[in-house]
Design a protein. Structure first.
Length: 291
């Protein structure tokens, strides 16, 4: 529709000279725009998916024009095209009104359906301007009314569509999540250092997320994407650091390895040895002896 309006204005201002191929292309664009309009309305109110038949009107017109070799739906004022578009818009309006009686109430609260009255009203105003132009082609005010109303309608629907756009809401949510994720890292490290929650052998992802005030999935996603770690690997890393500190402390020189494991937050000697060997590359006893 935008392309049709642009070409229409170019004709009106004398920027573009009318030729038969251009006229045929404009007719086809107008018919495709009408088909898209009906398809949008039908898809919004029908769970069966898109409607194909409106586009066949434009295809049939192009085929017939190619066979005959001249524009079929003249004159240059587009009267037959206007009436064809109005007919398709009336079908779209009838489809919408019929759906209000058949669809469940919850369906009618979908954002795309709530925008349809605005879209249909804009189409009605546009068609009214087209008819007035055909009735009084020499009236200066009506001469520019069609492209003006069309441009205003496209702008209004575009803005209205963007306000309710799922894409924009998703992007806004992503930006919020990114901002929250940037704050989550320092908050997590501070909580570990200050509250030392890793010393709790029963610490779980759910418990840690609750302490941080975030969803477990958000905490897990942060550790995976920003640190390349699972929650268990991150906590075990904190515990291994604490165990290394205890193993190197002169105060704990006589403390057994099993006691160091318990003091570091590990539930068992075997899990401590396995995690320590994996991260440090030697056993806790070898680490203590070598240092």
């Amino acid at each position: 529709m935008s392309a049709s309006l642009a070409v229409f204005v170019a004709f009106d201002t004398g920027t573009m000279a009318y030729t038969q191929p251009i006229g045929v292309a404009m007719d086809a664009m107008a018919l495709v725009s009408a088909g898209f309009f009906f398809d949008y309305v039908y898809t919004s109110v029908s769970p069966r998916g898109p409607s194909i038949w409106p586009y066949t009107v434009a295809i049939a017109y192009l085929i017939a024009t190619a066979v005959i070799g001249e524009r079929m739906m003249g004159p240059a004022e587009f009267a037959p095209i206007v009436f064809a578009n109005i007919a398709i818009s009336i079908l779209a309006l009838a489809t919408y009104l019929r759906s209000r009686k058949t669809l469940p109430p919850g369906w009618m609260r979908r954002p795309e359906l709530m925008r349809l009255p605005v879209l249909l009203a804009g189409a009605g105003a546009f068609h009214l301007a087209q008819v007035l132009r055909l009735i009084a082609p020499d009236e200066p005010f009506l001469f520019d009314l069609v492209p003006f109303v069309g441009a205003i309608g496209l702008l209004a629907f575009g803005v209205y569509g963007l306000i309710g756009s799922q894409t924009l809401r998703t992007l806004a949510s992503v930006r919020q999540n990114v901002a929250a994720d940037e704050q989550l890292g320092p908050k997590l490290d501070e909580t570990m250092a200050r509250k030392r929650i890793f010393l709790d052998p029963d610490l779980s992802l759910q418990k840690a997320a609750a302490l941080l005030g975030v969803a477990p999935a958000q905490l897990s996603s942060h550790l995976n994407s920003e640190r390349g770690l699972t929650f268990r690997a991150y906590v075990n890393g904190q515990r291994i650091d604490e165990a290394k500190r205890l193993l190197l402390s002169p105060v704990e020189a006589r403390t057994s390895i099993e006691a160091v494991a318990m003091m570091s937050g590990f539930r068992s000697r075997s899990s401590f040895y396995s995690a320590f060997q994996s991260q440090v590359g030697k056993s806790p006893q070898a680490f203590r002896s070598s240092n």
